[in-house]
Design a protein around this ligand. Structure first.
Ligand SMILES: NC(=O)c1ccc[n+]([C@@H]2O[C@H](COP(=O)([O-])OP(=O)(O)OC[C@H]3O[C@@H](n4cnc5c(N)ncnc54)[C@H](O)[C@@H]3O)[C@@H](O)[C@H]2O)c1
Length: 256
């Protein structure tokens, strides 16, 4: 097997929300493949802990305090990455949130709806805009954004989150034209993954119902999603851009 196809040595990856959950799984797996890691997170202490773990295991990582909804934080993130590692090759737009079946139009405002798009869509668009020129300069670029099964599911009280994740899918397909051929851009759409975000709404009854629609008979782990991110980040996917990969145990998990 040609292991070079999965080798990220000498490449630098930014992972937003990289301190916990799926983002942490991505930080670790990209580091295992040889990349320098920038763990960018709102929770700086958690980011530092994740970076320390990588460094203790022989990888190279730094933590950067960053709220992806603040433009000055995104500009600083790019600068810190270049100052530390000299280039940017991989961007994982992992931060996202909302949904959880709590978005009935009778309960949320237009500001809540706009905030969901700001967190899930505008931040990914803007950080991609800031990173793509650096990737072109470096001669290798791959952007991966975190979508969700919600982007295609139809469920009650989740219209803001679900439509923002659908926007990620279509934005990815269109940006592939704008950033190619030097930079590839793809999305990963997880099903239900056992993280803190899911734990806040997962009951044993809901899990049982989800598993009844899941051929692989378990919910996801962060590393299941990180494996798909590694595929898009690495040279093995060098003719793949504008795509969305659903990683969901072969099934459909919804909260209703
Ligand atoms: N867990 C699931 O079942 C699931 C399913 C589908 C999609 N997703 C998507 O995967 C991504 C990660 O989800 P998760 O479950 O790992 O979440 P999580 O809550 O476990 O972790 C999210 C991380 O992002 C950080 N963060 C939150 N807001 C931030 C901000 N404004 N700026 C910077 N960092 C911020 C948090 O501090 C945390 O470290 C999200 O885009 C989510 O929509 C998750």
């Amino acid at each position: 097997m040609n292991t070079e196809l999965f080798n990220l040595e000498g490449k630098t990856a930014i992972v937003t929300g990289g301190a916990n959950g799926i983002g942490k799984g991505c930080s670790q797996m990209l580091s295992d493949a040889g990349a320098n890691i920038v763990v960018a997170d709102l929770k700086f202490e958690d980011a530092q802990k994740a970076a320390d773990e990588i460094n203790d295991q022989g990888g190279k990582a730094i933590a950067v305090s960053c709220n992806v909804t603040k433009d000055e934080d995104l500009i600083n993130l790019v600068k810190r990455t270049i100052d530390e590692f000299g280039s940017i090759n991989i961007l994982v737009n992992n931060v996202g949130g909302g949904g959880a079946g709590k978005e009935s139009p009778s309960d949320i405002s237009v500001d809540d709806f706009a905030r969901t798009f700001q967190l899930n869509v505008f931040s990914a668009w803007r950080l991609s805009q800031l990173c793509a020129p650096e990737m072109k300069k470096a001669g290798y670029g791959s952007i991966i954004s975190m979508s969700s099964m919600s982007s295609v599911n139809k469920s009650p009280a989740i219209s803001a989150y679900a439509s923002s994740k659908a926007a990620i899918n279509h934005m990815t397909a269109n940006l592939a034209f704008d950033y190619g051929p030097e930079v590839r851009i793809n999305a990963v759409a997880p099903g239900a993954v056992k993280t803190d975000a899911l734990a806040s709404v997962l009951t044993p009854e809901r899990e049982k119902k989800m598993l009844s629609h899941t051929p692989l008979d378990r919910l996801g782990k962060p590393e299941d999603i990180a494996g798909a991110v590694l595929y898009f980040a690495a040279p093995i996917s060098s003719w793949v851009s504008g795509q969305v990969l659903f990683v969901n145990g072969g099934g459909v998990q919804t909260l209703d």
